[in-house]
Design a binder for this molecule. Sequence first.
Ligand code: FAD
Length: 406
Amino acid sequence: MTSTSFQPDSPSAQRFPVVIVGAGPAGLTIANILRAASVDCLVLELETREFIERRPRAGVIEEWAVRGLRERGLADNLLERAELHTQCEFRVGGRRHRFSYTELTGHHHYVYPQPLLVTDLVRAYADVRGGAVRFGVRDVRLHDLDSDRPAVSYSDPGTGRRELVRCEFVIGCDGARGVTRTALPPHARISRQDYGVGWLALLAETPPSSDCVVFGIHPRGFAGHMPRSAEVTRYYLQCPPGDDPESWSHDRVWAELRERLGTDDRPPLTEGRLIEKRVLDMHNYVVEPMAFGRLFLAGDAAHLTAPIAAKGMNLALHDAFLLGDGLVARLTRGESAGLEGYSAACLDRVWDYQEFSQWLSEVYHGASSGDAYRAGTALARLRRLFSSPAAAASFAEQYLGKSSAS
Ligand code: FAD
């Protein structure tokens, strides 16, 4: 392991059975599962509570994930406030193609903005269940991961002092830019894929311009419309990787969205103030296995899926359910099977979603690739989707996350 040793048996060391690095959907869900079973843990988070409760990101949650949250008492607000989505729409060459996945399968998506879910999870863990969490920590480091008593150290934002926490398990839930992945041993395999495109991710203070998710397939590049609430809509515009978001003025953004999402038979988009504008370099990775001795990774720390098919938060929740339950079984009943099977059980769904994202990426980006062959095959995929009931059923199953055993 590339972790270091740090003052073993320091008299000031805190002790928790589990230390979770990162308070995103994965870390907070695991923390809630542990606290509900009276297992103590400490959550260490780089940002402030206010920041994580407002950070806009995902919105689409799959049925099995909501069921998992509900079974753990974590979905009350979600079930009250989430919208149900039953269809999506592809716009190609100015024509609209509705795809009613609920009609085909009887299943739907929930749309509930990630900041609301994170707010619910923090409240349930810290305020209701009295769980321990330190916000604003700096310089988190992992120690002695190859021993039975690993440790995590961090700088306390208030005192500036370096604190040490001894534990039995370290859980890396610190997302795509976290620190826990840097502690992996040399035999860890990290597979990566780069789509070679960027997406300008936008949040607009405006109601949705359609009642569903819209995918614009256009020779100038992909554009997406994702309703988030009655007041806020997420939009995406394909752009060169590494593009400067500041080169996208309000007027340029809306002109490009109008062009790529335009149709003959719908009113123009409802425009509004842009409250988030950032460029995502679209790439994926998968770490295998997801567990190394006493270190377990979950969510984006273990695998990234570019937001092509709205899968990242769902995968983070899937990992969290399995890992939370596995830790509880081990720490309360001495049963290790859940932890031993954790990585393999997660990776089946991870690879399934990776493959679907790759397939869908070609549909989105083929038309604008500048390669006539890719453009032709991308359009063939779309035609098959609209003309073949078997292809439509298969797409619906994957889009809803029903192709993996749940
Ligand atoms: P994160 O949410 O990234 O949480 C990690 C936490 O760790 C953060 O709070 C971070 O501050 C903290 N942290 C980082 N480094 C450290 C450190 N060194 N020490 C301590 N703490 C640290 N997914 C979907 O399923 N559906 C969607 O519709 C969707 N849309 C998306 C749209 C956008 C624009 C983006 C960027 C992502 C989207 N995703 C979507 C993906 C989804 O947001 C992520 O997959 C999800 O947040 C992963 O949760 P996580 O808990 O693993 O990681």
